[in-house]
Design a protein around this ligand. Structure first.
Ligand SMILES: *[C@@H]1O[C@H](CO)[C@@H](O)[C@H](O)[C@H]1NC(C)=O
Ligand SMILES: *[C@@H]1O[C@H](CO)[C@@H](O)[C@H](O)[C@H]1NC(C)=O
Ligand SMILES: *[C@@H]1O[C@H](CO)[C@@H](O)[C@H](O)[C@H]1NC(C)=O
Ligand SMILES: *[C@@H]1O[C@H](CO)[C@@H](O)[C@H](O)[C@H]1NC(C)=O
Ligand SMILES: [Zn+2]
Length: 965
């Protein structure tokens, strides 16, 4: 699926800075994709925390007796083509229900003699006759069609079953027809409706989301990705709307049906494709278009958005990105048009329907005046992600959902290449380190992680399929595919890819098919050598969970790999056929000089070139091209520290970030001392680049949470002040005293970090500056002088260091705001105040739907809990009203467990542990619903935090005190 972000990158960036002041979040930074985020209906910008745990799927050992009790279709019949006619009603019927009516026929071939037709069909009311459902079977051969004995629906497995008197003949073709009525609900699945206001009038859009298993809710179909077919679509709609689908419109006719004036839009038949990338839309949107080598490119959105030029940027980058992929895949764009549409209500971030990609508004629309750079980057990367799927995923499709990681991991990797082509000055390829690699390291270092690849027979039910859309699939997938491309070299990778796509065009594959084509490309390229086959190497990364930490002892040249676990006491109970060893491609540098790639193929090895002495040093995993962490002997660590301190630019930006991130995580895992980790940050007063700073701030977040109520915090702030001040002054200069926007893309992000931290720790002039801007806005509320990039940080800072006047102004602006992203910035900033009475009042507002919309209640409480002052208030609030909140807001909802997560993140004392246990006891009778697991985890994490604080507090205090003296 397209990307789903629970929270967008730039908002994440804002939050991190805020985080230091009041909010604490690392995870919220992460870009989540597709379905994974789709589970959470909280819109991006709400700061919803994404769950970091990726629970393993339960395996069911149950074998059903009847074919219709199995979740997978039998292989006796396969579809060839469909005719689908749909008529969505954008006005409710007499019962107040929004419905659609439809008619469909499917031509299928019989592969094996059978008297059963099993086809997916869910939530549809089929037209009935006295003898059952009105379905018709025709024969397309000479033999007559068997007569239908009975038809019935199976709710659990979502089938329509047609039992025949005679058998279908192998090798023959038949046609099955049905008529049905479905509800056009607002459930964001299948064919659904979305609503918005235009000039005070409610408008309704009919749109669709088929991935993974919702096409069956729109018309009866063989709803599995390998059941590809050609679809001829006709949509009946009211004359003042347009209809869109995967193919180009071929005919639009005015007609009168049942006395109703309608338009009938017919579309060209699709290519052979999977049901999950179908799309049907009826709306009254506007569009802008361009034509590139006879390819029609259109961007659709609400009329006002198009008039405000919010679609222009998407249109500008789509052509170049498509061109890039045509070249990269060495395959022309397979369709005759490319539509992209921004929908007011959309579950995921975007969805790669073939030829008609659907997006959340924030993932496609960019307002040249009101949007931030982060908004722009999100638009570019989401488009690049979705368009990558037009070939990889849509033209060639994985056989089954168990291989989803390859589809999504691949798109999540190449989106950086596509975006880089569209915006070559952004250096966006480097950012994969922050947004995918380091992000998934955090999840995949837990004993509860799971392998990328799962056996096909373990993924059957829709819920199990949904579970595949998680961080591991997207981000670890991206990281290991990037590693593969790095060790094969980009030209070999691209060659194998192109031959894979050409071979399997319009067909289906399993992931090993890609390995075969990459292997051939290796063999066709003299000079490229790998120590084992692509298959053997990759199996170790895809079939076992986790990743290694490679320890290099530069005194002896010995190299060892171990399964990296963040908690050294955690117990891994998932066996691995490879005993948690990997084939590790190690790119490395000796004293500034790049060396030949070395492969670690055993648990330990001795490699003499890595033995160094004197002032020589080694840095391994250059540019984090491999999916692993690196540890060294203390001497080499110290030599790396001196490089950072003497001439940090001798190391790449990514490697500087990596040294920090590895060191902090190795310290958490007790492989190196906490002091050593802290020492990697000493050079930061000279650092001007975003990625190392960002890596540090994310790691510092845990320290902030653990210590912001202890004396350590004073010393920590003093240290940070000394480190951030030069960065703040640098931006003051670069922006000519805050009058210009930095020209370098990532500088714009780093400027946000600099201002947010500097104000928090009290760098001279910072708070005054921010208050001044905010004051100007308060004095003239129609003219907001704050640049969109800086709004989140400025609002939060101004409210944190202001009083009731600042807060009340923000509240007024929040209530008046017509722009969703602005409202959500304000909502989060209002949680930054340090005045308990304001925070308590704000908490009360969250239970008043006229003040805070129900869907935003839990995330608002979370924002308040991230504030060190707000945390105990939120905890008391939630505890005292648990049963009320639980009944009215949370039952079964995902955001409810993140509420528990959010509130307890700082918990690190025995007293808090007791409170948590008491809370659990006291509310057993009410229950915890989806927060049950979260509560258990909170107890476990609190226990771990207590231990970590006990072991580290004194050392951390001493270090910060000495360094800031
Ligand atoms: C779809 O309709 C067209 C035109 O009415 C017809 O030629 C074609 O055979 C139909 N296909 C199916 C699958 O019914
Ligand atoms: C389908 O039938 C059920 C039972 O008669 C009815 O409650 C429901 O409203 C129908 N749905 C539609 C969309 O007509
Ligand atoms: C789109 O491209 C045009 C022509 O190059 C340019 O003038 C315009 O500023 C671009 N729009 C956006 C939003 O980038
Ligand atoms: C591109 O495709 C053509 C044929 O489809 C093939 O001959 C050529 O080798 C491919 N180029 C690369 C770089 O893979
Ligand atoms: Zn995707």
């Amino acid at each position: 699926m397209g990307k789903v972000y629970y929270i967008s990158k730039n908002i994440g960036i804002g939050l991190l800075v805020l985080g230091f002041i009041a909010l604490a979040t690392i995870i919220a930074l992460s870009i989540a994709y597709d379905k994974e985020r789709a589970k959470n209906k909280v819109k991006p910008g709400d700061g919803a925390l994404e769950s970091t745990s990726t629970p393993a799927l339960p395996t069911t050992a149950f074998t059903p007796k009847e074919p219709w009790d199995r979740y997978r279709l039998p292989d006796s019949i396969i579809p060839v083509s469909y005719n689908v006619t749909l008529w969505p009603r954008l006005q409710p019927n007499a019962q107040g229900l929004y419905i659609f009516t439809g008619r469909s026929s499917v031509i299928f071939g019989c592969m094996k003699e059978t008297d059963l037709i099993i086809i997916h069909c869910s939530k549809l009311n089929l037209t009935t006759t006295s003898s059952g459902y009105h379905v018709k079977l025709n024969s397309l051969g000479h033999a007559p069609a068997p007569t239908i004995r009975s038809t019935w629906l199976v709710v659990k497995t979502e089938y329509l079953v047609v039992l025949l008197q005679q058998k279908l003949q192998a090798g023959s073709k038949y046609e099955l027809e049905a008529e049905f009525v479905g509800e056009l609900a607002d459930d964001l699945q299948g064919f659904y409706r979305s609503e918005y206001m235009q000039d005070g009038v409610k408008k309704v859009v009919a749109t669709s989301q088929m991935q993974a298993t919702h096409a069956r809710k729109t018309f009866p179909c063989f709803d599995e990705p390998a059941m590809k077919a050609v679809f001829s679509v006709t949509i009946i709609h009211s004359p003042d709307t347009v209809a869109l689908s995967n193919g180009k419109e071929t005919d639009i006719t005015d007609s009168l049906i049942d006395g109703v004036r309608v338009k009938v839009t017919t579309f060209e038949p699709t290519e052979r494709m999977s049901t999950y990338v179908l799309a049907f839309i009826v709306c009254d949107f506007a569009e802008i278009q361009s034509n590139q080598n006879n390819l029609l490119i259109r961007i659709w959105a609400q009329r006002k958005a198009i008039a405000d030029k919010q679609g222009d940027y998407a249109l500008n980058v789509t052509g170049p990105i498509l061109q890039f992929y045509e070249h990269y895949y060495n395959t022309t764009y397979p369709l005759s048009k490319s539509d992209q549409i921004a929908l007011p209500d959309f579950h995921a971030g975007a969805m790669e329907n073939w030829g008609l990609v659907t997006y959340r508004e924030t993932a496609l629309l960019y307002d040249p005046i009101l949007s931030s750079t982060g908004n722009k980057e999100r638009v570019t990367t989401v488009i690049a992600h979705e368009l990558a799927h037009m070939w990889f995923g849509n033209l060639v499709t994985l056989q089954w959902w168990n291989d989803l990681w390859l589809n999504e991991g691949f798109a999540s990797y190449v989106e950086y290449l596509g975006a880089d082509y569209a915006e070559p000055t952004w250096n966006i390829k480097d950012q994969i380190i922050l947004y995918d690699v380091q992000k998934v390291f955090a999840v995949d270092a837990l004993a509860s992680s799971h392998p990328l690849s799962r056996p096909e027979d373990e993924v059957n039910e829709p819920a199990q399929i949904s579970e595949m859309f998680n961080t591991i699939s997207y981000s670890k997938g991206a990281a290991v595919i990037r590693m593969l491309s790095e060790f094969l070299t980009e030209p070999v990778f691209a060659q194998g890819l192109s031959s894979y796509l050409n071979t399997f065009a319009f067909g289906n594959t399993v992931y090993t098919d890609l390995w075969v084509h990459l292997q051939q490309a290796v063999e066709n390229t003299p000079g490229v050598q790998i120590p084992h086959s692509v298959d053997d190497i990759m199996n170790r990364w895809t079939l076992q969970m986790g990743f290694p930490v490679v320890t290099i002892d530069t005194r002896t040249g010995s190299i060892t790999q171990n399964h990296f676990l963040l908690d050294p006491d955690s117990v891994v109970d998932r066996p691995s056929q490879f005993n948690y060893t990997w084939f590790v491609p190690i790119k490395w540098i000796k004293t500034g000089v790049e060396q030949q790639q070395y492969w670690l193929l055993q648990k330990t090895d001795t490699y003499h070139p890595m033995r160094v002495s004197g002032s020589d040093w080694i840095l391994a995993n250059t540019n984090v091209s491999g999916y692993f962490r690196v540890n060294y002997d203390l001497d080499n660590w110290n030599r790396l520290l001196s490089i950072l301190n003497l001439n940090h630019q001798e190391l790449s930006v990514i490697n500087r970030a990596q040294i920090i991130d590895d060191a902090f995580n190795l310290a958490r895992a007790k492989m190196i001392s906490t002091t050593l980790a802290l020492k990697t940050t000493k050079y930061l007063f000279k650092e001007r680049d975003y990625i190392p700073w960002e890596s540090f701030l994310r790691n510092l977040d845990y320290y902030t949470l653990m210590f912001d109520r202890t004396e350590v915090y004073g010393a920590l702030q003093a240290y940070l002040k000394q480190q951030i001040q030069p960065l703040f002054e640098y931006f003051q200069t670069v922006t000519e005293n805050w009058t210009r926007v930095p020209t370098i893309h990532t500088d714009q992000y780093n400027q946000i970090n600099a201002i947010g931290i500097a104000c928090n720790v009290g760098v001279d002039g910072c708070r005054e500056l921010i208050k001044g801007w905010y004051r100007q806005w308060m004095d003239n509320q129609d003219h907001n002088p704050i640049h969109p990039n800086l709004k989140s940080t400025v609002y939060c800072t101004a409210i944190a260091f202001g009083g009731a006047e600042e807060w009340n102004f923000a509240w007024r602006m929040f209530k008046n705001s017509t722009l969703a992203s602005e409202a959500s910035r304000l909502r989060s900033a209002m949680a930054c105040t340090k005045l308990p009475w304001l925070l308590n009042r704000y908490l009360e507002y969250t239970l008043d739907p006229t003040k805070i919309r129900k869907q935003d209640a839990t995330s608002t409480i979370q924002y308040i809990a991230r504030n060190v002052v707000g945390m105990p208030l939120a905890w008391n609030f939630v505890r005292s009203r648990w049963s009320f909140i639980f009944q009215h807001y949370g039952k079964g909802s995902f955001s409810f467990s993140s509420l528990i997560n959010g509130i307890t993140r700082r918990f690190s004392t025995e007293f808090e542990l007791q409170e948590l246990e008491k809370f659990k006891e006291d509310n057993q009778h009410v229950g915890f619903g989806s927060a049950t697991l979260a509560l258990e985890q909170a107890i476990e994490k609190t226990t771990a935090n207590i231990k970590w604080v006990t072991e580290n507090e004194a050392e951390v205090l001493r270090w910060f005190t000495e360094e800031s003296a």
